[in-house]
Design a binder for this molecule. Structure first.
Ligand code: PGA
Length: 287
């Protein structure tokens, strides 16, 4: 069974943002985090890819997890909504968690074609990605929408993975920390339980492009995000938060990225579609 955060944790209230104390980034990204809530997370985002036959990939990931040594991280696959129920049933007891890529902000109602968080829970999902840059860009989702979705995810008893990230123009203008800070502020609900605070930093220009920021840039942005979380939720919550890096993570760069201080896992798109690639990334935490 995967060591996972207990969903019963006490809600943290957002603190009024006064002062900005720097917070030390998590010191050990790759190993030996004792509390389940602090385990790194390697999450696969399949996007709009995958038919029933893709179960073979899930099975291959499960098989890899069963081999010793077990990875010192949680492993999540977010297939398209059509596969969630079947994948969750198949993944039971394997250590692979199943998540969703989006949800509606309301729990039910006249919203043709949409999917509510309680439905995802019912299907067996444990996590929901919200505010992915493709949703922000292609469905005009703003921070307030993302926050409402994250609140719906929490209401359903699931864990949101809140995505943030700057565009290339914003980076070139030197606005990365401002943009990401604003998204963190606007997209994360005020009352989020300890251990369920997961942010994915995904520079928009790095997604699907094969390009990644320098390791130092990743370290600086993750530290900036943690500092924002500390100002809002307190230092303990910020330290316990998992900040994932996403954007062109692949077997060839996973080890160096996942070892950057303050990186608590990865959100993997393209390289999560084939178990052989995804397993190589998970393997960074097998030691
Ligand atoms: P990528 O996608 O790994 O294919 O760049 C990451 C994501 O969009 O979550």
């Amino acid at each position: 069974m995967p060591p996972r955060a207990k969903p019963k944790a006490k809600p943290l209230k957002a603190k009024p943002a006064k002062g900005k104390k720097p917070v030390k980034a998590a010191a050990k990204p790759a190993k030996a985090k004792k509390e389940a809530a602090l385990l790194p997370l390697v999450a696969g985002n399949w996007k709009m890819n995958g038919l029933t036959a893709a179960r073979a990939e899930l099975n291959a990931v499960a098989k890899f997890l069963a081999k010793k040594p077990r990875p010192n991280c949680a492993v999540l696959i977010c297939p398209p909504a059509t596969l969630i129920a079947a994948f969750a049933a198949a993944a039971k007891g394997t250590g692979v968690l199943i998540g969703a890529q989006d949800c509606h902000a309301r729990d039910s109602g006249a919203f043709t074609g949409d999917i509510a968080a309680p439905m995802l829970k019912d299907a067996g999902a444990t996590h929901v990605i919200v505010g992915h840059s493709e949703r922000r860009a292609l469905h005009a989702e703003r921070d307030a929408d993302v926050r409402a979705k994250a609140e719906a995810v929490l209401r359903a008893g699931l864990t949101p993975i809140v995505c943030v990230g700057e565009s290339e123009a914003e980076r070139d203008a030197g606005w990365t920390l401002d943009v990401v800070g604003r998204q963190v502020q606007g997209s994360i609900p005020d009352a989020i339980p300890a251990g369920r605070l997961i942010v994915a930093y995904e520079p928009v220009w790095a997604i699907g492009s094969g390009r990644t920021p320098t390791l130092d840039d990743i370290r600086v942005v993750h530290a900036g995000i943690r500092e924002r979380l500390a100002a809002r939720f307190g230092e303990a919550a910020a330290r316990a938060a998992r900040i994932l890096y996403g954007g062109s993570v692949k077997p060839s760069n996973a080890a160096e990225i996942l070892r950057v201080p303050g990186v608590d896992g990865a959100l993997v798109g393209g390289a999560s579609l084939l178990a052989k690639d995804f397993n190589e990334i998970v393997k960074v935490y097998k030691n």
